[in-house]
Design a binder for this molecule. Structure first.
Ligand code: GZL
Ligand code: ZN
Length: 335
C-alpha cells in the first residue's frame, strides 16, 4: 500500500474512531499503527530488480534482501533476476510501476542507460533506491538513495598491498581478469590497478580481459593467458568466482598458486574465497560486503516516517591475507 494511501486510511480511521468513540464503539485500529480500512493489506510492497545469480557474492546479496523484506517484517517482496541483462531490469522496473509497488530497489548491471525508465518511476511517484553498483544519470533526483561499496577504495587496498609485497621485485608480470565491463565494481577495481601500473615502473600488465564475475569465464580467460605467457607473477581477479576459475586453470597447467607460486588477488571475501585465503591459494581478498538488506530497510523505514535519508552511503569494508587470516576470523563472519 502506498505511503499516501496509508496516510488517507489513517485519517479516515481516526475520523471513524472519533465517530465510534462518540457512540461508544471500539476504535478501528488494528494495533499495527495504522487502522485497517476495508481490510486492505498494509504490507509495504518492494519491487527488487537484481543483477542475476552470477557469483557467490550475488547469492549472499539476494539472501540478505529476501530475508529482510519478508512478510513477518511487514513487506511483500517482488523479486526479479535479470540474468545480468539491463533490458530485463528495465522490463522488471516497468512491471513494478504497473503493479504500483511502494518502492523500487535496483541493483544495476551497468552504470548507464537508466534515465528513461527511472523517469517513468518518478512520474509514477515511486521512490527508487539504488543498491550495490551505481548509476550515472543526468538528474540525480531520479533516485532517492544509493547504498553500496567504494570500489575504487577496494582496488586501492589491493594495489597498496601489492606495492608492499613486491617492492623489491625488478619485474612484476600481472594478469588482470576484470569484472562485468561497465559495472561500478569493475570500473573502480580496474582504475586502481591501472593507476598502480602507471605509478610502479616495475609492474608489467601482460593481459587484461573480462571474466564477467563468473568462475567459468575466469577459468577460460586464465587458460588462454597461460598459453601465451610463461612468466606470470600476479593474477588480479575482480571477484572470488573469477579467482576460483583462474586457480583451477593454473593448477591444471601444472603450476602452483600462493607463496611459492603465482600470487592470486581477489575481491568479495565470500566464505569460499576466505577458505582459499586460509589454504594459501588466494593471497589477498578485499572485502565487498553484500549484506545490503538491513541498510535498504533502514532507508525505507525512514522514508515511511517522512524522514530525510542520505543520498549516498558507503559501507565499511576490510581485507584478509593468507599470512594473517585465522579460522576464527572466518567463523565469526555473517557470510
Ligand atoms: C560488487 C558486486 C560485484 C561482486 C561480484 O558490489 O557488484 O558483482 O564483486 C558480483 O561478485 O558479481
Ligand atoms: Zn492491516
Amino acid at each position: 500500500m502506498k505511503m499516501k494511501q496509508r496516510l488517507w486510511s489513517a485519517l479516515i480511521a481516526s475520523v471513524m474512531c472519533l465517530g465510534l468513540t462518540a457512540c461508544g464503539g471500539a476504535p478501528a485500529d488494528t494495533g499495527s499503527g495504522t487502522a485497517d480500512v476495508g481490510g486492505s493489506d498494509d504490507l509495504i510492497v518492494v519491487g527488487f530488480s537484481q543483477v542475476g545469480a552470477e557469483s557467490d557474492w550475488r547469492t549472499a546479496n539476494t539472501e540478505s534482501m529476501k530475508s529482510t523484506f519478508s512478510e513477518e517484517n511487514g513487506y511483500k517482496l517482488i523479486f526479479d533476476d535479470a540474468q545480468q541483462k539491463q533490458e530485463n531490469q528495465i522490463t522488471a522496473i516497468r512491471n513494478f510501476i504497473q503493479q504500483d509497488v511502494d518502492y523500487i530497489v535496483l541493483a544495476p548491471t551497468g552504470e548507464t542507460g537508466w534515465d528513461t525508465v527511472l523517469q517513468e518511476a518518478k512520474n509514477a511517484g515511486i521512490p527508487v533506491i539504488i543498491v550495490d553498483r551505481q548509476v550515472q544519470v543526468s538528474d540525480d533526483s531520479l533516485y532517492t538513495a544509493w547504498v553500496g561499496s567504494d570500489f575504487r577504495a577496494e582496488g586501492d587496498k589491493a594495489v597498496k598491498w601489492m606495492e608492499e609485497q613486491f617492492a623489491d621485485k625488478d619485474q612484476l608480470n600481472i594478469v588482470h581478469i576484470q569484472g562485468t565491463i561497465g559495472s561500478s565494481a569493475q570500473i573502480g577495481r580496474t582504475d586502481a590497478l591501472n593507476e598502480g601500473v602507471e605509478k610502479n615502473a616495475n609492474w608489467n600488465l601482460v593481459a587484461q580481459q573480462s571474466g564477467e564475475f563468473t568462475q567459468a569465464k575466469g577459468q577460460e580467460v586464465m587458460e588462454s593467458v597461460l598459453k601465451q605467457n610463461s612468466d606470470i607473477d600476479v593474477v588480479y581477479c575482480e571477484n572470488d568466482n573469477e579467482a576460483f576459475g583462474a586457480i583451477d586453470a593454473i593448477e591444471a597447467a601444472g603450476k602452483t598458486v600462493g607463496k611459492d607460486g603465482i600470487t592470486v588477488i581477489s575481491f568479495d571475501t565470500t566464505r569460499a574465497g576466505l577458505n582459499d585465503v586460509l589454504a594459501g591459494k588466494i593471497s589477498l581478498d578485499v572485502e565487498c560486503n553484500p549484506l545490503h538488506g538491513p541498510r535498504v530497510q533502514e532507508i525505507i523505514e525512514k522514508l515511511e516516517a517522512g524522514e530525510e535519508v542520505e543520498k549516498t552511503a558507503y559501507v565499511d569494508e576490510t581485507q584478509f591475507d593468507s599470512e594473517t587470516i585465522t579460522q576464527e576470523m572466518i567463523d565469526e563472519r555473517a557470510y
